[in-house]
Structure formats: structure tokens, C-alpha cells
Design a protein around this ligand. Structure first.
Ligand code: FMN
Length: 177
């Protein structure tokens, strides 16, 4: 058996950075989601999946659903990377929404990522602009968690909150598995 594998999907690089930091800290292998077939996953004792958060969804979530049976037969965990500041209550709701049915019981961790407006393509830039406009009409105390996240991102600027220490709770969990 091989020790562990980190599989990730990242568009703007923050999840990729966390995936490699985690692999280094744990002595795991690391690869992009598109390379990770069932045959590739099979020999690993532990599999961790990392995905960026887009419009309150986890990038590559279908990967987890597709491999749920195999995944649950091993030690496993997920980490998600978003731009929003840590918010325990909002993240719990987020986890409840995603990890049910065949994925129930999956431990999921949050790491704060980056906001790369300068690298966004037309679609993401337009989508963010439209959402910002729509949400801007509401009172801040009425924001949904994802709306709060969007409005906390600096408009027209880039920001990077990635920090190795964000992985500490996940590393502690994996070491105790
Ligand atoms: C179209 C779009 C939607 C996003 N939606 C959310 C969101 O709902 N919640 C959040 O915390 N961050 C959101 N973000 C910010 C990303 O999660 C953040 O940039 C993260 O670093 C993405 O991971 P990656 O760098 O690995 O691609 C969004 C970014 C874009 C471009």
C-alpha cells in the first residue's frame, strides 16, 4: 500500500499550493483530479481531496461522488479553498449541504485562498460583477454566507490569504487517523 495521495482541482492556484504543502507535510503523493482514475487511487491508504469554492460549490465535486465507495473504504478527508474569511457556522452549513447520502460523514476542512481578479477570464469577471451588483442592494446583515464571501473580496484588486498554517487542523486530523 502507498501512504497517501492528495488530489486537487484548482483554477487560480491557491488549492494547488495547499495540495503541495499538504503532500510535503504528510509525505503523500499529489496530483490533479484529471489524472486520478480509480486505478490510480486504489493503492493508497489515505486519499485527501482539495477543491476551490466557486459560487458555493466545490470544484470537482463530481470526483468525490464518482469514487464515493472506493473513497469511503479508505482513510479520507476533504479541504475546500475559498476567499471568504473563516466562519464556523457558514462552513458547517456548507458541509451539511455537500456531504450527505453516499458522502455523509466525510470530514471537510476550510483553508482561505486567494482572489485573483487580474487573472479572471471574461466569464468569471462578469459573473462576479453581476453578483456584486445584485448583492449590493441588500443590507449586509441579510447576506447569505456566499454573498458575504463575495462582498468581502476586494473589488478590482488581487489578494492572497494562503498560509501553510491553515492546514494545521487537517494535518492534525490526518495524523490522528
Ligand atoms: C466566479 C467565482 C465564484 C466564487 N465563489 C466563491 C464563494 O462562493 N465562496 C468563496 O469563499 N469564494 C469564492 N470565490 C473565490 C475562490 O474560492 C478563491 O479564488 C479560491 O482561491 C479559488 O481556488 P483556486 O485558487 O484553487 O482556484 C469565487 C471566485 C470566483 C472567480
Amino acid at each position: 500500500m502507498r501512504k497517501g495521495l492528495v488530489v486537487y482541482q484548482s483554477k487560480y492556484g491557491a488549492t494547488k499550493k495547499y495540495a503541495f504543502w499538504l503532500a510535503e507535510a504528510m509525505g503523500y503523493d499529489c496530483m490533479e483530479r484529471r489524472e486520478a482514475s480509480a486505478a490510480v487511487l486504489m493503492p493508497y491508504e489515505t486519499i485527501v481531496y482539495g477543491g476551490g469554492i466557486y459560487a458555493s460549490g466545490i470544484a470537482g465535486f463530481s470526483f468525490l461522488k464518482k469514487h464515493a465507495k472506493l473513497w469511503k473504504s479508505k482513510k479520507h478527508a476533504v479541504f475546500c479553498v475559498g476567499a471568504s474569511p473563516h466562519d464556523e457556522k457558514a462552513f458547517l452549513e456548507f458541509c451539511e449541504r455537500h456531504f450527505k447520502e453516499e458522502l455523509a460523514g466525510t470530514r471537510c476542512f476550510y483553508c482561505r485562498g486567494a482572489w485573483k481578479e487580474s487573472e479572471m477570464g471574461f466569464v468569471d469577471k462578469t459573473l462576479c460583477g453581476m453578483l456584486r451588483k445584485a448583492v449590493g442592494g441588500k443590507a449586509p446583515e441579510e447576506y447569505e454566507p456566499w454573498e458575504k464571501a463575495l462582498m468581502s473580496c476586494p473589488k478590482g484588486e488581487d489578494a492572497d490569504w494562503t498560509d501553510r498554517q491553515e492546514l494545521d487542523p487537517l494535518i492534525a486530523y490526518l495524523k490522528g487517523l
